[in-house]
Each structure stands twice: as structure tokens, then as C-alpha cells.
Ligand binder design. Structure first.
Ligand code: G3I
Length: 583
């Protein structure tokens, strides 16, 4: 992404923005989008539009160019040019594209609305339209608003050409389901959304959307998320209701995208809002962003436009405007800063299921000294941070990222967006559970309870996949491979983690020196199911305590070929998916 951005650097300098929001959103693993107009992207006299759009956002959506009328202007022909401009631009500046929209009551062409088509004909037209448009952008549009605004505010189905006048021949939400299924077969990898307005909080419309979503999830209809448009005013209604609605949607396992966020203000005849209105607007942006950040499945926030200079608001709501993050001169507004503050202050969200062995990727608990990886989508330094020594020990703080077990910071092997690797503190020994918390830039995540095991042996693999060829050397420190197989009667050096308690009072983060701490529990090994003698079972010399080395004598009776190698510590064995080649 950085490489692509560098291409845009001269444009970015024109805009003179800090890219704060985009980078912070990337750190949080969420998309920051803007609705865009391809004509403006191509307007070389106002290059600051493309610069701001490309520099500040990591997601783009055509405001109009993919709607039925613009993209399918006559029955026999499509007009892909403007939509292609958006997709090509996104590729140049490292953005993902949301597609908008396939099924809507508005912006349909006359040939369609005045064609007097039968339900059967309309069904064929829509299927072919979805297949053509979604198919063309398969792999390039990552998420689609498949159906837009299908409900009335009272929760009933809106009467439209697609639903009942005359409709495609399916009643209720069945036509929405059909559209989702067609989109899914045109691009099985695209995320498919239902998108609506005034359905952000708790009301008849959002209840209807939720009921449909729940039904679709239960019946495995390909629906992956709900788009909340978020066209807000200075009185946005109950934020608690918005929170509750997002919670119930994400509890279904569906994503939420804020798809069309703007907060319109009363403006004077020059389009200017008062400072007080701008400050209130900033608070509203802050608050709704903060709600989204509470939920790992709230994965994109998109504004309905780039700059107050070009917005749908003034023509639809005369006397209102100034609704976006950048003013008419492309300067960031107070809302931009408050959006950034919400990102900076938001607590990371973690879950115990994201915590696995760094060697086997097995979850369900940790052992003292185990090298683990925590995955998530809401945290981390944007640039990969490698381990650092602090007073001779592996540091437990990398670029303000820390992972705490019962408040004890774990030595960190690396940290990056969405991933941190650490050594579980030895102090968890003897406990049945530990409370894990991630901290980034001083803000702590939720605490999750993780079972503590006496041991959780795992062998590192050569390709770090957790299965296949183990990270195993011969006594000359040459990697064991098919051309350098383990010798029967010879010794191999096997590298792993998860040994549990060790001798010599191991210190978190210390590098192993003499005396080398040993695994306290009993250790045994088999290769190809045959018992092999364990000559050494302790700290990897020079490695961080928790990294283990096993010197294993390959028994004469081990069968030749690629054989599973299993290490058992106490009552727990390493997964048998790791192999060694035997002569
Ligand atoms: O492109 C034509 C142009 O050739 C013509 O000269 C001009 C004359 O009116 O019209 C131009 O088309 C306009 C189009 O925007 C592009 O500017 C349409 O009239 C106008 O109706 C259309 O408005 C769009 C509106 O959807 C249509 O309902 C807005 O730009 C767009 O922001 C708005 O977006 C919707 C979302 O899709 C769904 N949610 C609500 C949101 C705001 O209404």
C-alpha cells in the first residue's frame, strides 16, 4: 500500500494532509471510504479532489456510476467507463471498492421503468444485470450493496418495480434473497450487503431489516453485512439505540458498514456553517465512530462524498450542507480531528479464540513460556515491529503495543496490524486461567479469560504453516530435508515451544545462557510411532526463554520416509501433523 501511495505523493503534497485517519483506520483494520464521482477524479484542473480522495481514504464507492441507470442506460448496452475509472483509480492508490447498488427503486432508466415488462421479463433482466455487473468487477469490488432501501419506515416492504409493481415474481423479502443469490453466483467471494437509511437506531424499519437478516443467516442466504447509511443531522437520535442495533446485527455474525455517513448543518447563503454547529458535528462524528469501533465486525466507515464542495445535500435539503470531513477548500474540519480522536482513544477489542501457539496454531489455552500469536482486527502498529532488547531481555513493549497476562507484560516477538506474538509469562504457572489484555498506545482492550495448561507442546515448522516438515537440524546444524534425511541412530535437533514450567527460576524475556533451564515435566518423543530417546529438553541456547530445543536420538527401528514426530510433555502431545524425513 505504501508503495502505491508513494506514486501519489506529489498529489498528496498538494493536499497537505497528514493522512491521519487512513493510517489510524488501517491500524484498526477498518476501511475508511468515500463516495466518489469519476468525472471529478479525471478533472485535471482540480487535482486536489483526486489527491484528497486517494491520499486520505482506503476505500472508494461510486456515488452514482454503478447504479442501474448510469451503468445500464439502454436494454442492449452497458456504460462501464465511469465505473471503470473508479476501479482503476482505486487500484492506483491502494483502495478497495464497494459497489453501489444493484437493486433500487431510484435512478432506474426509462427503458426499464417504462418498458411494461412482465414479472418474468423483469426477473430475467435483473438476473442478467446482476450477473453482468457483478461478474465484470469480480475480484475488484470486494463488497456490494446488492439491495438498497427496500423497506418503508414502518417496516413494510417498499412498493417498487422489483418488489411488486410488477415485481420479479417473488413476495416479501424473497426478491431480496433472490438478488443476493444471483450476486453470490456472479462473484462468490464478494461480501454482499443490504443497505438502508433511517435504520441505524432501534425502530420499525431497523427491526424489519434485522428480522430479515436473522432469517437469512439462519437459512444461509448469502448475506454478509448490513449497510447503515448514516445520513445524520445535528439531532441524530439515540446513540445508545445505534449501539444496540449494531450489537444485534454483529451478534448474528454479520458485518456492519457505515456506508453514507454525513452530518448536515444549517448553512448561510455562502454555504458556511457556524463554529458552534461545526463543533457539534465534530462530536457526532466522534460518537458514531466510537460506537463502530466497539464492534470488531463493524469494519468500514464511509462518508457520502469527499468535500463539502460537492455533496448531494444542498440540492435535496436547501439551506443545509457542510456535512463532510473536508471543507470546500479541502481543509480538514473539526469533524476530521474528532474522528481521529475517536480512533486514537478507542479500545482494541480482542477475543480468546484469536490466541494460538506460534508453532502449531493450536488454541484453547496457554502454557507458561509458550510462544503465542494473538490475531485480531482492531489493533497494532501499522509497521511491523521486530523484537528489541531492553536491559538484556526481550522487550515487552513494541511501539506502545503490550500484551498482558494477569497484568504481567509478555516479552514480544513481533507486533503489527492485527497480529502480535509474545511469550506467555512464566508467572501463569499453577493457575487454571489467566486474564489477557492487549494494550496499544496506553489504551487497554477488553480482558478475556484464557485457560492455563501445564504444557502445550508444539514443534515449529519450516514453512511456519504449523504442519508438514518440522524445523529440525542435524548435529551439524544443517536442515533435515529429503536430501539430508535424519540418520537412524543419529541425533536431531528439534525446535518448539509450549514446554510449561522450567528449572532455574526462568525470567520473562531473558536469553537462555548457562545454566540452561530445563523443562520440569517429563518429556518423551516418538518418530513414526516409535519411541526415541530425548537427550536434551530445555531452553534454546541464546534464544528467548520459552523457545525450546529437543535433542532426540532417532531409534534404529524408526521406519524410513516422511514420518510424524510427536513430543509429549506431561500428559499433552504435540500435534502429529509435523513430520521429519528419515533415511
Ligand atoms: O448525470 C446527470 C446529468 O447528466 C444531468 O445533467 C443532471 C441533471 O439533473 O443529472 C445528473 O444526474 C444526477 C446524478 O445525481 C449525478 O449528479 C441526478 O439527477 C441526481 O438525481 C443524482 O442524485 C443522486 C441520488 O442518489 C439519486 O437518487 C445523488 O448524487 C446521490 O448522492 C444519491 O445517493 C443516494 C444513495 O445512492 C442511496 N442513499 C441515499 C443517497 C442520497 O440521496
Amino acid at each position: 500500500m505504501m508503495f502505491r501511495l508513494l506514486l501519489l505523493l506529489p498529489l498528496g503534497l498538494l493536499a497537505l494532509q497528514g493522512q491521519d485517519l487512513r493510517l489510524l483506520c488501517e491500524q484498526r483494520g477498518i476501511k475508511l471510504g468515500a463516495a466518489a464521482d469519476p468525472t471529478r477524479i479525471l478533472d485535471t484542473k482540480e487535482i486536489v479532489y483526486a489527491a484528497t480522495l486517494g491520499w486520505e481514504f482506503n476505500q472508494i464507492e461510486p456515488e452514482n456510476a454503478m447504479k442501474f441507470g448510469p451503468i445500464h442506460p439502454s436494454q442492449a448496452s452497458y456504460s462501464f467507463g465511469p465505473a471503470d475509472t473508479i476501479v482503476n483509480f482505486s487500484n492506483a492508490v491502494g483502495q478497495v471498492v464497494r459497489g453501489h447498488t444493484l437493486v433500487w427503486h431510484s435512478q432506474n432508466p426509462d427503458w426499464l421503468t417504462k418498458g411494461n415488462f412482465s414479472s418474468k421479463e423483469l426477473s430475467d433482466i435483473l438476473q442478467s444485470h446482476i450477473n453482468t455487473v457483478v461478474g465484470r468487477y469480480a475480484g475488484r469490488v470486494y463488497a456490494w450493496d446488492v439491495v438498497n432501501e427496500a423497506f418503508n419506515d414502518n417496516g413494510t416492504i417498499r412498493s417498487t418495480i422489483w418488489s411488486d409493481s410488477p415485481g420479479i415474481g417473488l413476495t416479501g423479502t424473497a426478491y431480496i434473497e433472490q438478488a443476493l443469490r444471483w450476486a453470490n453466483s456472479a462473484d462468490p467471494k464478494a461480501l454482499l450487503f443490504y443497505n438502508d437509511y433511517s435504520a441505524e437506531g432501534m425502530n420499525a424499519k431497523s427491526n424489519a431489516v434485522y428480522a430479515m437478516a436473522k432469517d437469512f443467516v439462519t437459512r444461509k442466504v448469502p448475506l454478509h453485512g448490513i449497510g447503515l447509511q448514516m445520513h445524520l443531522t445535528l439531532t441524530p437520535g439515540s446513540l445508545a439505540d445505534i449501539d444496540t442495533n449494531i450489537k444485534r446485527i454483529t451478534d448474528l455474525g454479520l458485518q456492519v458498514h457505515f456506508t453514507e455517513l454525513d452530518v448536515r448543518l444549517p448553512v448561510d447563503s455562502s454555504g458556511n456553517a457556524t463554529a458552534a454547529a461545526l463543533a457539534t458535528q465534530a462530536q457526532i462524528y466522534h460518537d458514531v465512530v466510537a460506537i463502530c469501533l466497539k464492534y470488531p465486525l463493524c469494519t468500514a466507515i464511509q462518508t457520502w462524498g469527499v468535500t463539502d464542495k460537492y455533496s448531494w445535500i444542498p440540492s435535496v435539503f436547501p439551506g443545509f450542507g457542510a456535512a463532510l470531513l473536508f471543507d470546500t477548500s479541502y481543509k480538514p474540519k473539526p469533524a476530521y480531528n474528532s474522528f481521529r480522536d475517536a480512533l486514537a482513544q478507542a479500545a482494541p477489542v480482542i477475543s480468546a479464540s484469536g490466541l494460538v501457539s506460534a508453532a502449531s496454531y493450536e488454541g484453547n489455552g496457554v502454557a507458561p513460556g509458550e510462544i503465542v500469536v494473538l490475531y485480531g482486527n482492531t489493533f497494532g502498529p501499522s509497521i511491523l515491529q521486530l523484537p528489541q532488547l531492553d536491559g538484556g531481555k526481550v522487550s515487552s513493549n513494541l511501539s506502545s503495543a503490550r500484551l498482558l497476562f494477569d497484568g504481567v507484560p509478555a516479552p514480544l516477538i513481533y507486533a503489527r496490524v492485527g497480529q502480535v506474538s509474545a511469550v506467555v509469562p512464566f508467572a501463569v504457572e499453577g493457575k487454571t486461567t489467566t486474564q489477557m489484555q492487549y494494550e496499544y498506545q496506553g489504551v487497554k482492550s477488553n480482558a478475556v479469560t484464557v485457560p492455563v495448561l501445564a504444557s502445550k507442546p508444539a514443534i515449529f515448522t519450516l514453512d511456519t504453516s504449523g504442519t508438514g516438515a518440522g524445523a529440525i537440524l542435524d548435529p551439524n546444524y544443517q536442515v533435515i530435508t529429503a536430501s539430508n534425511p535424519a540418520r537412524k541412530g543419529g541425533v536431531i535437533l528439534v525446535f518448539g515451544t509450549g514446554g510449561g514450567a522450567m528449572t532455574d527460576n526462568p525470567q520473562d524475556g531473558a536469553l537462555a545462557g548457562v545454566p540452561l533451564p530445563q523443562i520440569r515435566d517429563t518429556v518423551s518423543a516418538t518418530i513414526g510411532g516409535v519411541d526415541c530417546k530425548v537427550l536434551y529438553k530445555g531452553a534454546l541456547p541464546g534464544g528467548v526463554l520459552g523457545a525450546l530445543q529437543f535433542n532426540i536420538e532417532v531409534a534404529a527401528g524408526v521406519p524410513s520416509g516422511v514420518r510424524p514426530i510427536v513430543i509429549t510433555i506431561g500428559n499433552k502431545s504435540s500435534p502429529s501433523a509435523v513430520t521429519v524425513v528419515v533415511e
